[in-house]
Design a binder for this molecule. Structure first.
Ligand code: KG4
Ligand code: ZN
Length: 340
């Protein structure tokens, strides 16, 4: 089965083709730069840009330089139905469902975080079930026990800002621009963690929830304390990154001990972070746990993960009913099981 994937939940238009026999064929992404001058994503502008970019990217991804070089017809359309920005989701849903209607093939609305969670399946080495998933994106940070597709038990999640959101807000305070994760990672290369000391939030008490808004406050206080020279920015960035990574690693280690799971999947935008990947890789070696990450370009929002998750659900016979739905808020635990 060959599936076209459409991701428009935030500020990236991601379009891809996944084929259950041939694997991941192609993906294209347009990252909206128009939000830069506002210092954050402006929902209405995001929706309008998705309208402009989605169909041209669909044409291109199906063309001779991409999936079209491996001929085969599209058997289904998967689009991100939530969670995300309502207007942005509606653009992907409207286009995805219209294409499916015109091509007389099924459509399916995919949960964005399920897309991230399954994104390591696009790689040659795929994790087997069950596994522990650490998902860290701009909107969510969570640990889940994954028994199968659609069988997710949330073990802990962010009670305020997600890790990516804290990166973005702190980068703004440091004058490093948006998105903040890659900017802080870059700035941290010239800095020294430990010159200032930030908290490792909620690690001194039991439980697997996360709270990153205090780190953003620590960053604001550090920014206000002394003149912001380039080396001071680098030291703050380095300590901030270290604090986020330490916190994620401590909680992942705790969740592995609690569940006894032997595989760890790490996905979502923050999982592109080199320090996090290295530290979790070392954690895996220490405990005999195999770690699975998507390649860095598939950590951030993309159409390939949506095409894959949609393909698995379509193969299991699931498809959209007649009701048109985009779900800005949608829990991972509300998804139907596959094959259950
Ligand atoms: O998964 P994603 O593309 O979108 C959401 O679903 O939210 O994640 C975006 C988040 C942003 O907050 C961005 O700053 C962060 O991922 N991010 C990173 C890195 N690359 C992206 N954070 C830390 N280090 C990175 N290299
Ligand atoms: Zn995402």
């Amino acid at each position: 089965m060959r599936v076209l994937g459409i991701e428009t939940s935030c500020d990236d238009t991601g379009i891809a083709v996944y084929d259950s026999a041939d694997g991941f064929l192609s993906h294209l992404r347009f990252s909206q730069a128009l939000h830069l001058e506002y210092g954050g994503v402006v929902p209405e502008l995001a929706s309008r840009d998705h309208i402009r970019k989605t169909l041209p990217l669909v044409r291109k991804v199906l063309g001779p330089d991409h999936a079209g070089s491996r001929p085969g017809k599209i058997d289904g359309v998967a689009y991100t139905a939530g969670p995300g920005l309502a207007g942005a989701l509606l653009v992907g849903a409207a286009i995805g469902r219209s294409l499916a209607h015109a091509w007389k093939i099924p459509a399916i609305g995919v949960h964005h975080m399920e897309g991230h969670l399954l994104s390591p399946m696009l790689e040659a080495e795929r994790p087997e079930f069950p596994f522990l998933a650490l998902l860290t994106s701009g909107g969510h940070t969570l640990l889940a026990h994954v028994e199968a597709i659609g069988e997710y038990r949330i073990l802990g999640e962010s009670v305020d800002d997600a890790a990516g959101e804290a990166f973005d807000k702190s980068a703004k305070l440091l004058g490093l621009g948006y998105p903040g994760g890659p900017a802080i990672e870059q700035a941290a290369k010239n800095g020294e963690p430990g010159k200032l000391r930030f908290p490792r939030p909620m690690t001194d008490r039991p439980g697997l929830d996360f709270s990153f808004s205090g780190l953003k406050t620590a960053c604001a206080l550090a920014v206000a304390a002394t003149p912001l020279t380039a080396s001071r920015v680098a030291d703050i960035a380095a300590e901030f990154q270290q604090a986020v990574v330490d916190t994620l690693v401590i909680k992942a280690e705790r969740a592995l001990a609690q569940t006894g799971l032997e595989r760890l999947v790490v996905a979502g935008g923050v999982s592109a972070n080199r320090l996090l990947r290295d530290r979790l890789g070392r954690l895996g070696l220490k405990h005999g746990v195999r770690c699975y990450f998507p390649r860095p370009e598939l950590c951030t929002d993309n159409g390939a993960m949506i095409a894959y998750a949609g393909c698995m659900r379509l193969l299991a016979g699931q498809r959209d009913g007649p009701a048109f739905e985009a779900r800005p808020r949608w829990s991972l635990t509300d998804l139907p099981q596959v094959g259950g």
